[in-house]
Design a protein around this ligand. Structure first.
Ligand SMILES: Nc1nc2c(ncn2[C@@H]2O[C@H](COP(=O)(O)OP(=O)(O)OP(=O)(O)O)[C@@H](O)[C@H]2O)c(=O)[nH]1
Ligand SMILES: Nc1nc2c(ncn2[C@@H]2O[C@H](COP(=O)(O)OP(=O)(O)OP(=O)(O)O)[C@@H](O)[C@H]2O)c(=O)[nH]1
Ligand SMILES: [Mg+2]
Ligand SMILES: [Mg+2]
Lengths: 278, 292
């Protein structure tokens, strides 16, 4: 590990570099390095090996704090609302989730509530066919809330187990788009109290510190119950979720590791932390 | 803000007419923090701070500025100089038709940018031709064709069982026949570490010899921006950059990282989802944004 046995200023500097280039952010990285410095001062850490283990444990603690057990799925349909900024991988992730739930023997319905972007409905339709899920859609340009309302109506008669709603990418700073999202949530809540049962924020692993702003604003708007970190098959480490997870207490549910239907994994904190140091 | 933070540091050092080694060190620590928070790459920050350090030592502080403001002025000038200074427009010389190949990571905004470029170039009197060369992403061809339709702009009739190289070659032939003078090629998003897909781009480059190969990058990209830009540049030889989603609140440090590692000009920025949301890149405005 970094080829060094004793702990010196160079080692701490290279550790800081690893954490920052993994997108943990300056304040999280600095805080972690400071804790290590304290331990070293008090002679509680004596070699690089112990140091690495200590650092791993500290990061794992930050990641594990919100990981309460997923709720027992008793609602029918179990409604998942998928949100996030433009291009993070929401629609593709929904295809992957549909495939996963179908594999568990569930009836899945996808809802094409991105009525804005060119060919968004066509894109989701291809995924629904690939996964073997139902699809509810309306004309492009229609009101997303109307599509969602229709879907909740249809879900009753089709005995849908899981409903996954695709929304248009939107920058968290666009007030009118965030209002549109709140309206979608209100329509769902009114039609089916208790729903949506899961609100998933989809984050791109290549995103830097702006992910924190995204998480905070989406959280204040509609509340996030889980995150999906996509594109981890690239070279970005996605370290920004460490700070988000710790501060907002939101668990990471899944990671995306490719563009195919099977490229979804449950979040494994140990594997994630090991990869930070690769 | 950075100005406030620097002023606080320099308050204790008031009375000096010069920027000294000591007060520069303290000030640059804050500058480094600001740049890292803005997602500028770790190594790029290191090099940049060293450059500013050399420029700042012994500098007279102008009467109208506090030492903190003087340091920011130097930092801002350096950032602006680093990110600017090159020809920004599309290179229309040398070939006919002109061809522009858009490349980049998944979801960065290539397809939307292709539409935006077409609209922008028609406004400048060109006759653009849109080429959907993404055969992988579900409904990618439809997406660009829909944009072309909305713009009343011609697009090559790609279908997913064609090879991207064939699409591009046939599109160039068609463009010549119909006297479209600017071919805009939308490629599939891909990882810079996917050798098969990077080779596909090399193949298109070799066959078409595009006038422009532009990396379309997301303004919110973090530390990984250098890896991405370096790999695309080494593999293809980029001629320019377009930074998208600048209408958000990302500080956009990726702009500095990408410029530092490729030395290629940032030509445009995307500032919205609509097809008219394309603006020229202003290095001084970007510098202020990065510094926060
Ligand atoms: N390599 C890789 N690419 C991914 C992953 N997830 C999604 N993508 C790709 O990212 C691009 C964008 O995916 P979309 O599903 O369209 O993203 P979106 O969030 O729905 O986009 P908008 O609806 O436009 O906001 C596509 O090219 C996907 O194939 C992943 O885990 N790894
Ligand atoms: N707010 C904003 N959104 C943008 C901008 N440019 C693109 N988008 C959005 O970003 C998302 C992804 O855009 P695409 O054009 O599909 O991206 P792409 O690079 O072609 O994606 P792949 O082909 O999957 O790699 C869409 O929702 C676009 O509307 C921009 O400048 N601002
Ligand atoms: Mg989508
Ligand atoms: Mg595209």
């Amino acid at each position: 590990f970094l080829g060094k046995k004793e702990i010196d200023a160079d080692l701490l500097d290279s550790l800081e570099e690893i954490l920052i280039t993994a997108d943990l952010g300056v304040s999280t990285a600095t805080e972690l390095i400071e804790r290590i410095r304290e331990k070293v001062k008090r002679k509680e850490l004596s070699d690089a090996f112990a140091l690495k283990n200590y650092l791993r444990e500290e990061i794992l603690t930050l990641l594990r704090s919100p990981q309460k057990e997923g709720e027992e799925i008793t609602a029918s349909p179990f409604v998942i609302l998928v949100i996030g900024v433009n291009g993070t991988g929401k629609t593709t992730t929904i295809g992957k989730l549909a495939h996963r739930f179908k594999g568990l023997g569930q009836n899945v319905m996808l809802v094409a509530a991105d009525t804005f972007r060119a060919a968004a409905i066509e894109q989701l339709e291809i995924w629904s066919k690939r996964a073997g899920a139902d699809l509810i859609k309306q004309k492009s340009g229609s009101d997303p809330s109307a599509v969602v309302y229709d879907a909740l109506e249809a879900a009753q008669s089709r005995k849908t187990d899981v409903m996954i709603i695709d929304t248009a990418g939107r920058l968290h700073t666009k007030v009118n788009l965030m209002e549109e999202l709140k309206k979608v949530q209100r329509v769902i809540q009114k039609k089916m109290p208790g729903a949506p049962h899961e609100i998933l924020l989809v984050l791109d692993a290549t995103t830097g510190q702006n992910a924190i702003s995204q998480a905070k604003l989406f959280n204040s708007a509609v509340g996030i119950t889980g995150m999906v970190l996509t594109k981890l098959d690239g070279t970005a480490k996605g370290g920004v979720v460490v700070g988000i997870s710790n501060e907002l207490k939101i668990p990471i549910r899944f990671i995306g590791i490719g563009e195919k239907m099977e490229d979804l994994r449950e979040f494994d904190p140990d594997a994630f932390v090991s990869a930070l140091f690769d | 803000s950075l100005t406030e933070r620097l002023d606080r540091i320099f308050k204790k050092l008031r009375g000096y007419g010069k920027l000294t080694e000591q007060n520069i060190q303290d000030g640059l620590r804050e500058v480094r923090l600001a740049l890292l928070e803005a997602d500028v790459n770790y190594k790029v920050v290191k090099d940049f701070v060293n450059t500013v350090h050399e420029r700042a030592v012994g500098q007279e502080v102008l009467d109208s500025l506090t030492p903190g403001q003087q340091l920011i002025k130097i930092v801002h000038e350096e950032l602006t100089a680093l990110m600017g200074g090159q020809k920004q427009d599309i290179n229309f010389s040398g070939k006919w038709p002109v061809s522009i190949m858009l490349v980049g990571l998944q979801g960065s905004g290539k397809t939307t940018t292709a539409g935006k470029l077409a609209l922008h170039l028609r406004g400048k009197g060109r006759r653009p031709y849109l080429v959907p060369a993404d055969i992988y992403r579900p409904a990618a061809i439809e997406q660009l064709q829909k944009l072309a339709n909305d713009l009343d702009m011609p697009a090559y009739p790609s279908v997913p069982d064609m090879k991207p190289l064939d699409i591009c070659q046939r599109a160039m032939i068609l463009a010549r026949e119909k006297a479209y003078d600017t071919v805009i090629i939308d490629t599939a998003g891909r990882l810079h570490i996917d050798t098969v897909l990077m080779d596909e781009l090399k193949g298109i480059e070799a066959a078409i010899d595009p006038s422009e190969i532009i990396l379309v990058a997301d303004a919110m990209t973090g530390q990984d921006a250098v890896n991405i830009a370096e790999k695309f540049n080494q593999t293809l030889g980029l001629t320019g950059i377009i930074l998208t989603k600048m209408d958000g609140d990302a500080r956009g440090g990726a702009a500095l990282s990408i410029k530092a590692v490729t030395q290629k000009p940032i030509k445009f920025v995307g500032v919205g989802e609509k097809l008219d949301a394309l603006e020229p890149f202003y290095p001084d405005r970007m510098a202020s944004r990065i510094l926060g």
